[in-house]
Design a protein around this ligand. Structure first.
Ligand code: UFG
Length: 331
Protein backbone atom coordinates (compact mmCIF):
# COMPACT_ATOMS: atom_id res chain seq x y z
CA UNK A 1 0.00 0.00 0.00
CA UNK A 2 1.92 3.05 -1.16
CA UNK A 3 -0.91 5.56 -0.85
CA UNK A 4 -1.91 5.85 2.82
CA UNK A 5 -5.32 7.45 2.10
CA UNK A 6 -8.23 5.41 3.43
CA UNK A 7 -11.74 6.46 2.43
CA UNK A 8 -13.85 6.36 5.59
CA UNK A 9 -17.54 6.65 4.85
CA UNK A 10 -19.41 7.82 7.91
CA UNK A 11 -16.20 9.29 9.33
CA UNK A 12 -18.24 12.06 10.96
CA UNK A 13 -20.29 9.55 12.93
CA UNK A 14 -19.75 7.81 16.24
CA UNK A 15 -17.76 4.76 15.16
CA UNK A 16 -16.31 6.35 12.01
CA UNK A 17 -14.79 9.28 13.92
CA UNK A 18 -13.09 6.90 16.36
CA UNK A 19 -11.85 4.87 13.39
CA UNK A 20 -10.32 8.02 11.89
CA UNK A 21 -8.44 8.65 15.11
CA UNK A 22 -7.13 5.08 15.18
CA UNK A 23 -6.17 5.18 11.49
CA UNK A 24 -4.23 8.39 11.95
CA UNK A 25 -2.42 6.91 14.96
CA UNK A 26 -1.51 3.90 12.78
CA UNK A 27 0.02 6.15 10.10
CA UNK A 28 -2.87 6.27 7.62
CA UNK A 29 -4.69 9.33 6.30
CA UNK A 30 -8.42 8.93 6.94
CA UNK A 31 -10.48 10.75 4.31
CA UNK A 32 -14.00 11.17 5.64
CA UNK A 33 -16.88 10.84 3.19
CA UNK A 34 -20.08 11.84 4.94
CA UNK A 35 -23.29 13.74 4.22
CA UNK A 36 -23.59 14.75 7.88
CA UNK A 37 -27.22 13.59 7.95
CA UNK A 38 -26.51 11.89 11.27
CA UNK A 39 -22.81 12.75 11.69
CA UNK A 40 -21.06 15.91 12.80
CA UNK A 41 -18.58 17.91 10.76
CA UNK A 42 -16.80 18.87 13.98
CA UNK A 43 -16.12 15.20 14.62
CA UNK A 44 -13.86 15.17 11.53
CA UNK A 45 -10.58 15.95 13.28
CA UNK A 46 -8.05 13.49 11.99
CA UNK A 47 -7.89 13.94 8.21
CA UNK A 48 -9.54 15.58 5.21
CA UNK A 49 -13.30 15.88 4.86
CA UNK A 50 -15.10 15.28 1.58
CA UNK A 51 -18.78 16.02 2.02
CA UNK A 52 -20.93 13.73 -0.05
CA UNK A 53 -23.81 11.31 -0.18
CA UNK A 54 -23.60 7.63 -1.07
CA UNK A 55 -26.56 8.09 -3.37
CA UNK A 56 -24.55 10.64 -5.39
CA UNK A 57 -22.54 8.49 -7.79
CA UNK A 58 -20.85 11.43 -9.47
CA UNK A 59 -19.57 12.81 -6.18
CA UNK A 60 -18.31 9.38 -5.20
CA UNK A 61 -16.36 9.09 -8.46
CA UNK A 62 -14.87 12.57 -7.93
CA UNK A 63 -13.68 11.70 -4.43
CA UNK A 64 -12.06 8.43 -5.55
CA UNK A 65 -10.36 10.39 -8.34
CA UNK A 66 -9.16 13.15 -6.02
CA UNK A 67 -7.85 11.02 -3.14
CA UNK A 68 -6.96 7.72 -4.88
CA UNK A 69 -7.60 5.82 -1.64
CA UNK A 70 -5.81 2.53 -1.06
CA UNK A 71 -8.82 1.07 0.73
CA UNK A 72 -12.35 1.80 1.90
CA UNK A 73 -13.77 1.53 5.41
CA UNK A 74 -17.51 1.68 5.10
CA UNK A 75 -19.37 2.84 8.20
CA UNK A 76 -22.01 5.20 6.77
CA UNK A 77 -25.47 3.78 7.34
CA UNK A 78 -28.77 4.25 9.02
CA UNK A 79 -28.45 2.10 12.13
CA UNK A 80 -31.53 2.15 14.30
CA UNK A 81 -33.40 -1.09 14.68
CA UNK A 82 -36.70 0.53 15.71
CA UNK A 83 -36.64 3.11 12.91
CA UNK A 84 -35.86 0.39 10.38
CA UNK A 85 -39.13 -1.31 11.28
CA UNK A 86 -41.10 1.89 10.67
CA UNK A 87 -39.24 3.05 7.54
CA UNK A 88 -37.81 0.00 5.77
CA UNK A 89 -37.67 1.79 2.42
CA UNK A 90 -35.08 4.26 3.71
CA UNK A 91 -32.94 1.40 5.01
CA UNK A 92 -32.99 -0.45 1.73
CA UNK A 93 -32.35 2.69 -0.31
CA UNK A 94 -29.73 4.43 1.83
CA UNK A 95 -27.92 1.40 3.18
CA UNK A 96 -28.12 -1.05 0.30
CA UNK A 97 -28.23 1.23 -2.75
CA UNK A 98 -25.69 3.49 -1.06
CA UNK A 99 -23.31 0.58 -0.49
CA UNK A 100 -23.79 -0.68 -4.03
CA UNK A 101 -22.86 2.76 -5.39
CA UNK A 102 -19.79 2.81 -3.15
CA UNK A 103 -18.66 -0.65 -4.19
CA UNK A 104 -19.10 0.17 -7.87
CA UNK A 105 -17.17 3.43 -7.46
CA UNK A 106 -14.38 1.60 -5.61
CA UNK A 107 -14.13 -1.11 -8.27
CA UNK A 108 -14.14 1.51 -11.05
CA UNK A 109 -11.25 3.27 -9.28
CA UNK A 110 -9.42 -0.05 -8.80
CA UNK A 111 -9.60 0.42 -5.03
CA UNK A 112 -10.15 -3.21 -4.12
CA UNK A 113 -9.59 -3.49 -0.35
CA UNK A 114 -12.83 -3.00 1.56
CA UNK A 115 -13.56 -3.15 5.29
CA UNK A 116 -17.27 -3.28 6.10
CA UNK A 117 -19.17 -2.47 9.23
CA UNK A 118 -21.86 -5.14 9.56
CA UNK A 119 -23.85 -6.22 12.58
CA UNK A 120 -24.90 -9.11 14.75
CA UNK A 121 -28.44 -7.99 13.85
CA UNK A 122 -27.88 -10.06 10.68
CA UNK A 123 -28.12 -13.21 12.85
CA UNK A 124 -31.61 -12.43 14.13
CA UNK A 125 -33.20 -13.84 17.25
CA UNK A 126 -31.58 -17.24 17.71
CA UNK A 127 -32.13 -17.95 21.33
CA UNK A 128 -29.77 -20.46 22.93
CA UNK A 129 -27.64 -20.60 19.80
CA UNK A 130 -23.97 -19.67 20.01
CA UNK A 131 -23.52 -16.86 17.51
CA UNK A 132 -20.33 -17.43 15.59
CA UNK A 133 -19.46 -16.35 12.08
CA UNK A 134 -20.89 -19.54 10.59
CA UNK A 135 -24.28 -19.17 12.29
CA UNK A 136 -27.26 -18.76 10.01
CA UNK A 137 -28.15 -15.16 9.16
CA UNK A 138 -31.87 -14.72 9.79
CA UNK A 139 -32.41 -11.01 10.45
CA UNK A 140 -35.70 -10.01 12.08
CA UNK A 141 -35.53 -6.30 11.30
CA UNK A 142 -34.96 -4.22 8.16
CA UNK A 143 -31.70 -2.85 9.55
CA UNK A 144 -30.21 -6.33 9.89
CA UNK A 145 -31.62 -7.35 6.51
CA UNK A 146 -30.05 -4.32 4.83
CA UNK A 147 -26.62 -5.14 6.31
CA UNK A 148 -26.90 -8.77 5.25
CA UNK A 149 -27.71 -7.63 1.70
CA UNK A 150 -24.53 -5.54 1.67
CA UNK A 151 -22.50 -8.55 2.80
CA UNK A 152 -23.95 -10.41 -0.20
CA UNK A 153 -23.01 -7.54 -2.53
CA UNK A 154 -19.40 -7.73 -1.32
CA UNK A 155 -19.27 -11.47 -1.98
CA UNK A 156 -20.63 -11.00 -5.50
CA UNK A 157 -18.11 -8.28 -6.33
CA UNK A 158 -15.33 -10.38 -4.85
CA UNK A 159 -16.23 -13.06 -7.38
CA UNK A 160 -16.69 -10.71 -10.33
CA UNK A 161 -14.03 -8.05 -9.75
CA UNK A 162 -11.66 -9.32 -7.08
CA UNK A 163 -12.99 -6.99 -4.36
CA UNK A 164 -11.11 -8.07 -1.24
CA UNK A 165 -13.06 -7.62 1.94
CA UNK A 166 -13.20 -7.99 5.67
CA UNK A 167 -16.65 -7.93 7.26
CA UNK A 168 -17.01 -7.08 10.93
CA UNK A 169 -20.27 -8.04 12.62
CA UNK A 170 -20.51 -5.80 15.64
CA UNK A 171 -22.33 -6.52 18.79
CA UNK A 172 -23.32 -3.42 20.84
CA UNK A 173 -20.81 -0.62 20.59
CA UNK A 174 -20.35 1.57 23.65
CA UNK A 175 -17.93 3.94 25.37
CA UNK A 176 -15.98 6.85 23.93
CA UNK A 177 -12.46 8.02 23.21
CA UNK A 178 -10.77 8.21 26.65
CA UNK A 179 -9.40 11.66 25.65
CA UNK A 180 -13.00 12.71 24.91
CA UNK A 181 -11.95 14.20 21.55
CA UNK A 182 -14.82 12.26 19.97
CA UNK A 183 -17.72 10.38 21.47
CA UNK A 184 -21.23 9.10 20.94
CA UNK A 185 -23.83 11.61 19.85
CA UNK A 186 -26.94 10.79 17.90
CA UNK A 187 -29.86 13.08 17.36
CA UNK A 188 -32.33 11.85 18.30
CA UNK A 189 -30.50 9.49 20.65
CA UNK A 190 -31.87 5.94 20.79
CA UNK A 191 -29.02 3.96 22.39
CA UNK A 192 -29.14 2.63 25.88
CA UNK A 193 -26.02 4.05 27.54
CA UNK A 194 -26.22 7.67 26.31
CA UNK A 195 -29.94 7.76 27.12
CA UNK A 196 -29.27 6.37 30.53
CA UNK A 197 -26.56 8.99 31.18
CA UNK A 198 -29.01 11.70 30.12
CA UNK A 199 -31.43 10.35 32.72
CA UNK A 200 -28.68 10.27 35.37
CA UNK A 201 -27.90 13.88 34.49
CA UNK A 202 -31.47 15.09 34.61
CA UNK A 203 -31.50 15.83 30.85
CA UNK A 204 -34.40 13.44 30.54
CA UNK A 205 -36.84 12.38 33.15
CA UNK A 206 -36.15 8.66 33.08
CA UNK A 207 -34.82 5.77 31.04
CA UNK A 208 -37.61 3.58 29.73
CA UNK A 209 -36.71 -0.10 29.86
CA UNK A 210 -38.10 -1.64 26.69
CA UNK A 211 -39.67 -4.88 27.90
CA UNK A 212 -39.32 -6.68 31.21
CA UNK A 213 -40.98 -9.95 30.14
CA UNK A 214 -38.22 -11.43 27.98
CA UNK A 215 -37.10 -14.98 28.63
CA UNK A 216 -33.93 -13.88 30.47
CA UNK A 217 -33.03 -14.09 34.17
CA UNK A 218 -34.26 -10.56 34.96
CA UNK A 219 -36.74 -10.23 32.08
CA UNK A 220 -34.74 -7.60 30.13
CA UNK A 221 -32.81 -8.00 26.85
CA UNK A 222 -29.23 -9.18 26.92
CA UNK A 223 -26.51 -7.65 24.76
CA UNK A 224 -22.76 -8.02 24.32
CA UNK A 225 -21.12 -4.59 24.65
CA UNK A 226 -17.78 -3.77 23.04
CA UNK A 227 -15.78 -0.57 23.52
CA UNK A 228 -15.66 1.64 20.44
CA UNK A 229 -11.84 2.00 20.73
CA UNK A 230 -11.36 -1.77 20.78
CA UNK A 231 -13.77 -2.06 17.88
CA UNK A 232 -11.88 0.40 15.68
CA UNK A 233 -8.55 -1.21 16.59
CA UNK A 234 -9.93 -4.37 15.00
CA UNK A 235 -10.63 -2.38 11.83
CA UNK A 236 -7.01 -1.28 11.57
CA UNK A 237 -6.01 -4.94 12.01
CA UNK A 238 -8.53 -5.85 9.31
CA UNK A 239 -7.02 -3.32 6.94
CA UNK A 240 -3.54 -4.69 7.56
CA UNK A 241 -4.88 -8.23 7.12
CA UNK A 242 -6.00 -7.30 3.60
CA UNK A 243 -2.77 -5.41 2.93
CA UNK A 244 -0.82 -8.53 3.94
CA UNK A 245 -2.79 -10.67 1.49
CA UNK A 246 -5.27 -12.20 3.95
CA UNK A 247 -8.35 -13.91 2.53
CA UNK A 248 -11.86 -12.44 2.54
CA UNK A 249 -13.07 -13.02 6.07
CA UNK A 250 -15.95 -12.34 8.47
CA UNK A 251 -15.25 -11.52 12.13
CA UNK A 252 -17.64 -11.03 15.01
CA UNK A 253 -16.65 -8.17 17.29
CA UNK A 254 -18.00 -8.82 20.77
CA UNK A 255 -16.61 -9.98 24.08
CA UNK A 256 -18.78 -13.05 24.68
CA UNK A 257 -20.17 -11.51 27.88
CA UNK A 258 -23.87 -10.70 27.99
CA UNK A 259 -25.34 -7.86 30.07
CA UNK A 260 -29.04 -7.33 30.62
CA UNK A 261 -30.52 -3.85 30.43
CA UNK A 262 -31.00 -3.90 34.20
CA UNK A 263 -27.36 -4.89 34.73
CA UNK A 264 -26.20 -1.96 32.58
CA UNK A 265 -28.46 0.34 34.62
CA UNK A 266 -27.00 -0.97 37.89
CA UNK A 267 -23.41 -0.62 36.70
CA UNK A 268 -24.09 2.92 35.50
CA UNK A 269 -25.46 3.82 38.85
CA UNK A 270 -22.30 2.45 40.50
CA UNK A 271 -19.93 4.26 38.09
CA UNK A 272 -21.67 7.64 38.27
CA UNK A 273 -22.56 7.24 41.91
CA UNK A 274 -26.05 8.45 41.09
CA UNK A 275 -29.43 6.79 40.77
CA UNK A 276 -30.72 6.05 37.28
CA UNK A 277 -34.40 6.95 37.13
CA UNK A 278 -36.20 4.20 35.22
CA UNK A 279 -39.67 3.45 33.90
CA UNK A 280 -40.68 -0.02 32.77
CA UNK A 281 -42.18 0.10 29.28
CA UNK A 282 -43.33 -2.18 26.46
CA UNK A 283 -41.04 -4.16 24.21
CA UNK A 284 -39.54 -2.25 21.25
CA UNK A 285 -40.47 -3.89 17.92
CA UNK A 286 -37.50 -5.60 16.25
CA UNK A 287 -35.49 -6.22 19.44
CA UNK A 288 -33.90 -9.64 19.84
CA UNK A 289 -33.96 -11.28 23.27
CA UNK A 290 -30.27 -12.01 23.44
CA UNK A 291 -27.29 -11.20 21.22
CA UNK A 292 -23.94 -12.43 22.51
CA UNK A 293 -20.93 -13.36 20.43
CA UNK A 294 -19.73 -16.93 20.65
CA UNK A 295 -16.56 -16.48 18.66
CA UNK A 296 -12.90 -15.70 19.32
CA UNK A 297 -11.97 -15.60 15.65
CA UNK A 298 -10.89 -11.93 15.74
CA UNK A 299 -8.63 -12.64 18.72
CA UNK A 300 -7.19 -15.82 17.27
CA UNK A 301 -6.74 -14.81 13.64
CA UNK A 302 -6.39 -11.01 13.64
CA UNK A 303 -4.54 -10.77 16.94
CA UNK A 304 -7.27 -8.46 18.30
CA UNK A 305 -6.68 -7.55 21.94
CA UNK A 306 -9.63 -5.71 23.41
CA UNK A 307 -8.47 -3.76 26.46
CA UNK A 308 -11.35 -1.42 27.35
CA UNK A 309 -14.40 -3.60 26.77
CA UNK A 310 -15.38 -4.16 30.36
CA UNK A 311 -18.67 -2.57 31.35
CA UNK A 312 -17.20 -0.30 33.98
CA UNK A 313 -14.62 1.23 31.61
CA UNK A 314 -17.19 1.63 28.83
CA UNK A 315 -19.57 3.51 31.11
CA UNK A 316 -16.73 5.53 32.66
CA UNK A 317 -15.47 6.64 29.21
CA UNK A 318 -18.99 7.43 28.01
CA UNK A 319 -19.64 9.38 31.21
CA UNK A 320 -16.38 11.38 30.80
CA UNK A 321 -17.34 12.31 27.24
CA UNK A 322 -20.83 13.18 28.38
CA UNK A 323 -19.57 15.41 31.16
CA UNK A 324 -16.61 17.01 29.35
CA UNK A 325 -18.53 18.06 26.31
CA UNK A 326 -22.06 18.12 27.50
CA UNK A 327 -22.42 15.50 24.78
CA UNK A 328 -22.37 18.05 21.98
CA UNK A 329 -20.51 18.84 18.80
CA UNK A 330 -21.36 22.05 17.01
CA UNK A 331 -23.33 21.31 13.84
N1 UFG B 1 -33.06 -0.10 25.50
C1 UFG B 1 -33.96 0.24 26.49
N2 UFG B 1 -34.33 1.54 26.56
C2 UFG B 1 -33.87 2.50 25.73
C3 UFG B 1 -32.94 2.13 24.72
C4 UFG B 1 -32.58 0.81 24.63
O1 UFG B 1 -34.42 -0.59 27.26
O2 UFG B 1 -34.28 3.66 25.86
C5 UFG B 1 -32.65 -1.51 25.39
C6 UFG B 1 -33.03 -2.11 24.05
O3 UFG B 1 -34.32 -2.63 24.08
C7 UFG B 1 -31.94 -3.18 23.90
C8 UFG B 1 -30.74 -2.59 24.64
O4 UFG B 1 -31.26 -1.57 25.47
O5 UFG B 1 -32.33 -4.34 24.58
C9 UFG B 1 -29.73 -1.98 23.70
O6 UFG B 1 -30.44 -1.09 22.84
P1 UFG B 1 -29.69 -0.08 21.86
O7 UFG B 1 -30.74 0.71 21.17
O8 UFG B 1 -28.63 0.64 22.61
O9 UFG B 1 -28.95 -1.04 20.86
P2 UFG B 1 -29.58 -2.16 19.92
O10 UFG B 1 -29.27 -3.46 20.56
O11 UFG B 1 -30.98 -1.94 19.53
O12 UFG B 1 -28.82 -1.89 18.58
C10 UFG B 1 -27.44 -1.76 18.55
C11 UFG B 1 -27.03 -0.92 17.35
C12 UFG B 1 -27.31 -1.65 16.09
C13 UFG B 1 -26.78 -3.05 16.16
C14 UFG B 1 -27.35 -3.73 17.35
C15 UFG B 1 -26.92 -5.14 17.52
O13 UFG B 1 -27.73 0.30 17.33
O14 UFG B 1 -26.70 -0.95 15.05
O15 UFG B 1 -26.93 -3.02 18.49
O16 UFG B 1 -27.50 -5.63 18.69
F1 UFG B 1 -27.11 -3.75 15.09
Amino acid sequence: MTNQNILVTGGAGYIGSHACKALKAAGFVPVTYDNCSTGWQDAVKFGPFARGDLLDRQRLAEVFEEYQPAAVMHFAALSQVGESMREPGRYWRENVTGALNLVEAAVAANCLDFVFSSTCATYGDQDHVVLNEDSAQLPINAYGASKKAIEDILKDFAASDGLRHVIFRYFNVAGADPDAEVGELHQPETHLIPLLLDAVDGKREALTIFGTDYDTPDGTCIRDYVHVCDLVDAHVLGLNWLKDGGEDRVFNLGTGDGFSVREVVDQSSAVTNRAVPIVEGDRRPGDCTKLVSGSNRAVNELGWKPTRSNMETMIRDAWRWHQNTDGHYQK
